[in-house]
Design a protein around this ligand. Structure first.
Ligand code: AMP
Length: 280
C-alpha cells in the first residue's frame, strides 16, 4: 500500500491510474479504524479498480470544547488494517496544505442540516462539507464510500454532490455493529465498561421502534418506545423518528423513515440510527 501526504504526490498517482483506465474509489475517514471503516474499503474495492482511503482529523468540524484534541489516533494500527483490507493508497493530508495561513473558503449545505446534528453541533456540517469537497477536488474519485452510521452526513454529501455538480457516485454502506448491537465507532474507546453496557440501550431502542412501525404502530408510539428504551444514564439530544430524505420530523408512515438517536453518557457523545418501515 502506498502512503502519500502531499496533494501533488496524490494527484500524480491518480493521473497515472486514470490513464490506465482505472476507476478510483475513495473512503474518507478520521482514522482509529474499525471493521465499519474496513467494510467501506471492501465496498470500494468491489465498485472500483483502485481504492484510496484518507485519514484526517478535520479540525473545522469540531466545535470548541468538543473532542478534537483527544480524538483517538493509531496511525500504525490503521496502516496495518488498511493494508490487510487491500486498500491501494493511504492519503494522510499534510495539515499545512489543507488549511494554510489565510484559508477562507467554506461549503454551507442548507436544508438537510437544519435539525438534529446540524442543530446540536452548529458549524459541524460546514466543516464536513468543506473537507469532503476539498478531498473530492484533490482525489477526484469516480466513487466515494460513506457509512449509514452518519446518516445525516450522507444526506449532506448527497446534496453537495448534486448542488456542486461533482461527477461522483455515492455509495452508502450499512452500519456495522458489535455482536451485542452497539454501533462501531472510534469514540466507543472513551466508554467505561458500565457506560458501554448502558449504551446497548440505543440499539435496543432503535430496534424496538423499527419493530413497532413494522407491526403497524404509529410514528408517535414508536418514538415513545424508542425514548422509553434509552438508559436514563444518557443526556439525550434527540431520539426521534424522522424523514430520512429531508431530515425533518416524519409526518407520514409513507415517508422514508429513520429512527435516530444522539446523546451523551459521561463525556462521550454517541449517535446511531436505523432505517425503519419503508425507509429500509
Ligand atoms: P469517521 O472516521 O468516524 O469519520 O468515519 C469515516 C467513515 O466511516 C464515515 O463514512 C462513517 O459513516 C463510516 N463509519 C463509521 N462507523 C461505521 C460503522 N459502524 N459502520 C459502517 N460505517 C461506519
Amino acid at each position: 500500500m502506498k502512503i502519500v501526504e502531499s496533494i501533488a504526490g496524490l494527484r500524480d498517482v491518480v493521473r497515472l491510474k486514470r490513464r490506465s483506465g482505472a476507476r478510483i474509489g475513495f473512503v474518507p475517514t478520521m482514522g482509529y479504524l474499525h471493521a465499519g471503516h474496513l467494510s467501506l474499503v471492501s465496498a470500494s474495492r468491489s465498485a472500483a479498480d483502485y481504492t484510496i482511503a484518507s485519514i484526517y482529523v478535520n479540525p473545522t468540524q469540531f466545535a470548541l470544547g468538543e473532542d478534537l484534541s483527544r480524538y483517538p489516533r493509531d496511525p500504525g494500527g490503521d496502516r496495518a488494517k488498511l493494508e490487510a483490507a487491500g486498500c491501494d493508497l493511504l492519503y494522510m493530508p499534510a495539515q499545512e496544505e489543507i488549511y494554510p495561513e489565510g484559508y477562507g473558503t467554506f461549503v454551507d449545505v442548507e436544508g438537510v442540516t437544519a435539525r438534529y446534528e446540524g442543530a446540536f453541533r452548529p458549524d459541524h456540517f460546514r466543516g464536513v462539507a468543506t473537507i469532503v469537497a476539498k478531498l473530492f477536488m484533490i482525489v477526484a474519485p469516480e466513487v466515494a464510500v460513506f457509512g449509514q452510521k452518519d446518516a445525516q452526513q450522507v444526506a449532506v454529501v448527497r446534496r453537495m454532490i448534486a448542488d456542486l455538480h461533482f461527477d461522483i457516485e455515492l455509495l452508502v454502506c450499512p452500519t456495522m455493529r458489535d455482536p451485542d448491537g452497539l454501533a462501531m465507532s472510534s469514540r466507543n474507546v472513551y466508554l467505561s465498561a458500565n457506560e458501554r453496557e448502558e449504551a446497548l440501550s440505543i440499539s435496543r431502542g432503535l430496534r424496538a421502534a423499527k419493530n413497532a412501525i413494522e407491526s403497524g404502530a404509529s410514528i408517535q408510539d414508536a418514538e415513545n418506545m424508542l425514548r422509553r428504551a434509552i438508559s436514563p444514564a444518557f443526556a439525550v439530544d434527540y431520539a426521534d423518528i424522522i424523514n430520512a430524505a429531508t431530515f425533518q420530523p416524519a409526518v407520514s408512515l409513507n415517508d422514508p423513515l429513520l429512527a435516530v438517536f444522539a446523546g451523551r453518557i459521561g463525556s462521550t457523545r454517541l449517535i446511531d440510527n436505523m432505517p425503519v418501515g419503508a425507509g429500509r
